[in-house]
Ligand binder design. Structure first.
Ligand SMILES: [Zn+2]
Length: 346
């Protein structure tokens, strides 16, 4: 296939070497860290004293976490730095919603290039700071979210043929995002929280286009999310079916994140680990949310559950999703230090 004639980025070899030696650590949640800063609307929109906003929108921006890349860059860099120092080898950009499709809610489609470009540069700066202290190499993962629309199902029960977004809309939006993440210095592209495999396929297609334009292939990580107790994605796939739908992308890792806490995620990770001939990555939420939508699983509880994945030989990369903090990541890193990574059977 024409796909594979592109030369690979040196990150492939560096990742493979590190992954043979140990279980790699991914960072934790941005949302929890951002919430703890208790930012107001003017902190988000950057229109306080000494206006720092480059992109104006008449809509309220509170809750547009990705925009903080432009309006509170130091705060975002510090969060990335704290995760790096807690033991993360791979740190994700704060760009989960940085597509024209997701930013349309905030009327900030025009900011998308800058969000991704600066988002990657900020993580690179944070990781270089950490590496200058301890000498450990670290990788910038450009985070690509699912958007807030689904390509394979109708949001309208009375009109099952309707689609709120097309494959082509998604492909173009992802191409812009991924191109800017790469320009900003992303080492890896991480397509995450996949609830609809068709959305993910548009992101995979956009990766191929971006790599061809660059003349270089970057590693791609793919992470789905299981949203119900029957163990399927929202678009109805079991973990095995999901793997077979994305394996053509030759991802460096496949796995699951978000949704259920670690305990409920375990059988689904075990299923993927049994079928996928690539690294397995798991980053669950800190348990299930309480009645107030907050996560209260302690770092030790989360770490002991994912360490059990590790001792069972199920995983190669571990981290945290919603509700996890640098303390969770530190606890996970320490709980799996010295545990052999899962063997990848080709
Ligand atoms: Zn999550």
């Amino acid at each position: 296939m024409q796909n594979y004639i592109l030369p690979p980025s040196p990150v492939f070899a560096a990742l493979a070497k590190a992954a043979r030696e140990r279980i790699l650590i991914l960072d934790g949640a941005m949302g929890t860290q951002i919430q703890s800063l208790e930012l107001a609307e003017e902190d988000f929109n950057g229109r306080g004293p000494g206006c720092s906003c480059r992109h104006h929108s008449e809509r309220p921006q509170k809750g547009n976490n990705d925009l903080l890349i432009l309006t509170q860059p130091q705060a975002i860099e510090d969060i990335h730095f704290n995760y790096a120092m807690a033991g993360a080898d791979i740190v994700e950009t704060n760009t989960f919603s940085a597509t024209t499709i997701a930013q349309a809610d905030y009327a900030l489609e025009a900011a998308v290039h800058d969000l991704n470009f600066e988002g990657a540069r900020i993580v690179r700066r944070a990781l270089d700071r950490a590496t200058s202290i301890d000498g450990r190499p670290r990788f910038v993962a450009g985070a690509v979210g699912p958007t807030n629309r689904t390509a394979s199902m109708s949001p309208d029960v009375n009109d099952p043929g309707y689609r709120a977004v097309s494959f082509e809309d998604l492909r173009l939006a992802y191409l812009q995002q991924i191109g800017a993440l790469i320009q900003g210095g992303a080492d890896i592209i991480l397509i995450e929280t996949i609830f609809d495999t068709l959305n993910a396929k548009a992101a995979i297609f956009a990766c191929e286009e971006a790599f061809r334009a660059l003349g270089l292939r970057l590693p791609v990580m793919i992470s789905g999310t299981i949203t119900d107790a029957s163990g399927r994605t929202l678009s109805g796939q079991t973990p095995t079916a999901f793997w077979h739908s994305v394996r053509h992308a030759r991802p460096v890792s496949v796995g699951l994140n978000c949704a259920l806490g670690a305990a409920a995620m375990r059988p689904h990770i075990a299923e993927l680990a049994a079928v996928a001939d690539t690294l397995i990555c798991a980053y669950p939420n800190a348990g299930l949310p309480n009645a107030f939508g907050q996560y209260d699983e302690s770092p030790e509880e989360t770490a002991s559950q994912v360490a059990d994945f590790a001792r069972a030989g199920l995983v190669n990369i571990l981290g945290g999703c919603c509700g996890t903090t640098p303390e969770h990541i530190r606890a996970i890193a320490s709980a799996v230090a010295g545990v052999s990574p899962r063997e990848v059977r080709k």
